[in-house]
Ligand binder design. Structure first.
Ligand code: BG6
Length: 489
């Protein structure tokens, strides 16, 4: 079913995100029959291009980032004809009246969305100029993406600035992890099945491990990343969102504010870390040369950089549901492989009737795989088949979403990219998978003291080999609690 008619203006239209994700994502939505015929997509950037020039660039983007099987010449032409281009400069008056002319007067029922795929320092200026050129309509939305500030104070200032021209209901703060299929599935698994929720608390869950491991390094983004580090780049946003969805209370409705209220309560219930806690419960790492590639210091071009490319920490949620169940988070670059998952470890059975089997009795574990091979695995204990007596063994009950849905529908299922879903939600006006301003600020309020304590300690992050599974101290973080990380494999 097509969404309602819309005009989407993409600022930073010639950039990496637009080429890799936004244009291919919109093309896939056209393919799926979701784009209304009269949708218009305006590329906006500083380059002096015309519509034809932008379409040529978009054609190349589709050739590079949409598989051949998904590209049919007619559909590509239809898509390219939806594209237009306006040259604008965020720091001057240039182009803004042309943009207003091309958009035309406000049209009832037609959504106007402004996607700011640009460096955050331009967010405020672009919002001001949109207002100045009179293109903001009651049906307008603005889309921004991280980094949303670098601490609570700057995030608050950004929220204030955006709110001079847009209401909260018009501001879409993207965390692309919320658009990932498995992340949405986490809510379905928890709240559409009666099986897990009764066990989803500290009485039955021993601990939770959330891992986002990447094999890539900073890949040419050294100047941004070196000012940011893994804490600001991954933990404050993606990891904390995963933690919130895992730990939140069931919202009364599946609607934006009900979900976001519950997430906010989780963030606010996180035990704050004192400098002593930071020393005991967090680990920072930085990759050095190894089988996975060169050292971070070469990528960052600062031979003395103390920026972390890895973080592991033990978070505690001080509320009735979770008191006593630690949430261990870890994320890093240039690790052994790309693997992201949420692993929920249940407690051992309270009593064993298999008295000679104690050592092989383990609690169940539910592994929710974000990537690769999106799916879930339930670790079960069963009897080892055969006449050898009651010998117990652990096996996975395994499902990938693509296979399960493929088997059900009799066709191969393509897992849509996060951005596809999120852009369509912007047009539909559904903010459930977007962060509210207060959530972003509350997340900074928790991470700011950790970052400050690292700075004050003067200690450097612990080196780890590129291609390894991270620094030694991260192993110790769990070891001390009598637990072990799942392997990054
Ligand atoms: C981005 C970070 O938000 O997420 C990158 O800035 C990181 O550093 C990326 O590589 C990871 O996203 P994904 O979807 O590839 O897991």
């Amino acid at each position: 079913i097509p969404v309602q008619p819309f005009d989407l203006v993409v600022f930073g239209a010639t950039g990496d995100l637009a080429r890799r994700k936004l244009l291919p994502g919109l093309y896939h939505r056209l393919q799926a029959g979701q784009m209304p015929e009269d949708a218009r997509i305006f590329g906006a950037a500083r380059s002096e291009l015309d519509d034809e020039g932008y379409r040529a660039m978009a054609r190349e983007a589709l050739e590079s980032f949409v598989t051949k099987d998904d590209r049919t010449p007619e559909l590509v032409e239809t898509f390219l004809n939806m594209l237009h281009y306006v040259a604008v400069d965020a720091s001057s008056d240039e182009g803004w009246s042309t943009l207003a002319e091309r958009l035309g007067p406000a049209d009832d029922g037609r959504v106007r969305a402004f996607y700011l795929s640009v460096a955050p320092r331009f967010f405020g200026a672009i919002a001001d100029r949109l207002a100045g050129s009179g293109v903001i309509t009651p049906d307008s939305r603005i889309v921004v993406e991280k980094p949303l500030g670098r601490d609570q104070e700057s995030a608050h200032a950004l929220n204030e600035r955006l709110s001079t021209h847009f209401t909260e209901a018009q501001i879409y703060r993207i965390d692309h992890y919320l658009g990932k299929e498995t992340v949405q599935n986490l809510m379905a698994i928890r709240f559409a099945n009666a099986l897990f929720e009764p066990l989803w608390n500290a009485r039955h869950i021993d601990h939770v491990q959330i891992t986002v491991a990447e094999s890539i390094g900073v890949e040419g983004r050294g100047s941004y990343y070196d000012q940011s580090g893994a804490m600001r780049d991954m933990v404050q946003n993606h990891m904390m969102q995963l933690l919130c969805l895992t730990a939140m209370e069931p919202p009364a409705h599946f609607d934006p504010d009900a979900v976001r209220d519950e997430k906010l309560k989780v963030i606010r219930a996180l035990s704050p870390m004192s400098p002593t806690d930071v020393a005991r419960k967090t680990v920072r790492g930085q990759y050095r040369a190894g089988t996975g590639g060169a050292s971070y210091l070469e990528d960052a071009e600062d031979a003395d950089s103390a920026t972390e490319s890895y973080v592991a920490l033990r978070a505690e949620i001080a509320n009735w549901r979770w008191s006593g169940t630690p949430f261990y988070l870890r994320t890093g670059k240039r690790l052994r492989t790309r693997m992201s998952e949420i692993a929920v470890f249940f407690k051992d059975p309270p009593h064993s009737i298999f008295t000679d089997q104690v050592s092989s009795l383990h609690g169940n574990a539910l592994i929710i795989r974000l990537q690769p091979d999106e799916g879930i695995t339930l670790r079960m204990t069963i009897k080892d088949p055969g006449p050898g007596g009651m010998r117990l063994t652990e096996v996975p009950l395994d499902m990938t979403f693509a296979d399960a849905m493929g088997a059900k529908n009799g066709t191969k299922v393509r897992m849509p990219d996060a951005y596809e879903r999120l852009i369509m939600d912007v047009i539909r006006g559904n903010q459930t998978l977007f962060m509210r301003g207060d959530e972003v600020e509350a997340a900074w309020a928790w991470t700011d003291p950790i970052i400050a304590a690292w700075g004050a300690s003067g200690e450097k992050p612990q080196p780890y080999d590129s291609g390894s599974s991270g620094p030694e101290d991260a192993l110790m973080l769990l070891h001390r609690d009598g637990r072990r990380w799942r392997e990054i494999a």
